[in-house]
Design a protein around this ligand. Structure first.
Ligand code: PLP
Length: 476
């Protein structure tokens, strides 16, 4: 049976009194009015649609003539029939912003992901080597054997897992075998894999407070008991976790560059966390999301590299080191639980697309990945300083910029006692994707400020235009 086009169920109903040609007209009008079909979309040929609906060509021809007469369709002769290019603009169906906690946070985040400047976490999209990437993907497309079109391995493409293991060993001090590496579609998929392998309902889970908002939104729906643990200038205050929930089963941290405050987890805290996990048999999830980019001092090795008791589950992503549209990330499981992860991987997902996994493996193997990272470190260092300089100069009376040694975003602390959520709303209305820091707190008195992504601030002119826009949005 042929599937109907998305949002366009054209099957006719012969039991209705309405003639079939009118049913066809009505369905096209509905699809056009509801924007399932857009201006210039080609509609099926008369013959193809007649065959699909099992009606005569004359019936479809009559329906199309009426739709053309009424201005819904336009005949382009031999080039076929299209939806009229002169349709009125789509009604504004943007969802209204809710004003409450998590829902609001999610909607701000979602809107932010729609192309507004200053979005935190987004790498420099203009600087990704698209030509090389397109060549590698194209090569894979042209040369893949039919067998590669079958089901992908749910644990990840074997060659990519090898490349990731080699990269982590060299660059992050994480020594692991390819069978400990699991390819996922992003952090939330990684968490799904970890939890489905290890968690029991009601398990306690330490979470940084403030902490990565999307991880929190995901974890809130898992039946775990979330325990917010405060963060200071040395990262997660492990002592506080020990007091609040000493026998928690999980702790999740961003040691290289705390999300969102940007601080680094101190060596003392690292040791305290590992010591606790070793004694209690708990698991530490290391979210090493943007550690590739550090501008002062030497890159710190991963927490995992200090993990003598094998209690750290390492999580990385290609979202910053390459680009987030790729949707490829990875988890490294301790050897003792790799089999459980493997079983979970087979039960919870069907794997990631073969093509992109193979192309990423080629990208790494060809030296493009390390070249790209090297270039990006220099570029981000420049864009970071440029953004800091211009925003400090133009907004110094309203915000104080806290530069941290790494990452792709910076924190703008509010200089006055003001509501960062309300101000971020205004910035959003002015087309800027700033996040209000207070939304990243799960509990307790939040610090107020903005989280600003600098990776896509390209020129001084850009920076000045954005800072001016923010200044106007902040008002007074
Ligand atoms: C703290 C943190 N962890 C992980 C990620 C990576 O998420 P994903 O791999 O799903 O893109 C991000 C991306 O923004 C992040 O900010």
């Amino acid at each position: 049976m042929k599937r109907p086009r998305q949002g366009l169920d054209l099957q006719v109903d012969r039991t209705l009194a309405l003639p079939v040609y009118q049913q066809i007209c009505r369905r096209f009008k509905t699809a056009i009015e509801q924007r399932h079909l857009h201006s210039n979309d080609r509609v099926p040929s008369i013959r193809a649609l007649a065959a699909e609906l099992k009606v005569s060509c004359g019936t479809v021809d009559l329906a199309y003539r009426i739709l053309i007469d009424e201005g819904y369709l336009l005949s382009r002769g031999a080039a076929g029939t299209v939806v009229s290019p002169a349709l009125p603009p789509a009604p504004d169906v943007a969802p209204r912003r809710a004003n409450n906690g998590a829902i609001h946070a999610a909607s701000v985040d979602y809107e932010g992901r729609e192309r507004k400047p200053l979005l935190m976490g987004l790498p420099a999209l203009d600087a990704f080597p698209r030509k090389t990437w397109n060549r590698l993907v194209g090569h894979r497309l042209r040369t893949s054997e039919p067998a590669r079109l079958g089901f992908p391995d749910p644990t990840g493409d074997e060659r990519l897992r090898e490349k990731i293991a080699a990269y982590l060993g060299i660059s992050r001090g994480v020594s692991c075998l390819p069978e400990q590496v699991f390819v996922t579609s992003g952090l939330r998929n990684s968490l799904e894999l970890i939890l489905s392998s290890l968690a029991r309902p009601g398990d306690e889970f330490w979470l940084e407070n403030p902490g990565y908002i999307l991880a929190r939104l995901f974890l809130q729906n898992t039946g775990l008991k979330l325990v917010p643990v405060p963060v200071d200038e040395q990262g997660m205050v492990v002592e506080r976790g020990l007091t609040a929930a000493p026998s928690a089963r999980f702790a999740m941290v961003t040691p290289a560059h705390q999300s969102p405050l940007g601080v680094t987890l101190s060596l003392e805290r690292r040791m305290a966390l590992l010591d606790w996990a070793g004694k209690m048999g708990s698991w530490v999830i290391e979210d090493d999301y943007d550690s590739e980019f550090r501008y002062q001092g030497r890159p710190l090795p991963a927490l995992k590299s200090l993990d003598r008791n094998d209690r750290v589950i390492y999580s990385g992503t290609f979202s910053k080191s390459m680009f987030p549209g790729l949707r490829l990330a990875y988890v490294v499981a301790p050897l003792s639980i790799a089999a459980a992860f493997r079983a979970s991987a087979y039960s919870i997902n069907a794997g990631c697309p073969y093509l992109y996994q193979a192309a990423v493996a080629d990208f790494i193997a060809g030296g493009h990945f390390s070249r790209h990272l090297k270039k990006m470190r220099l570029l981000y260092a420049e864009r970071r300083m440029l953004t800091e300089r211009i925003f400090s100069a133009m907004l110094g009376d309203r915000v104080r910029i806290e530069l941290q040694p790494g990452g792709l975003h910076m924190l703008l602390q509010l200089a006055r006692h003001e509501d960062d959520v309300m101000l971020a709303e205004r910035a959003h209305a002015a087309g800027l994707a700033l996040h209000p820091l207070s939304r990243w707190y799960m509990r307790g008195k939040p610090r107020k400020g903005f989280l600003l992504g600098f990776a896509n601030v390209v020129t001084e002119k850009d920076a000045m235009e954005l800072a001016t826009r923010l200044r106007q949005a902040l008002g007074g």
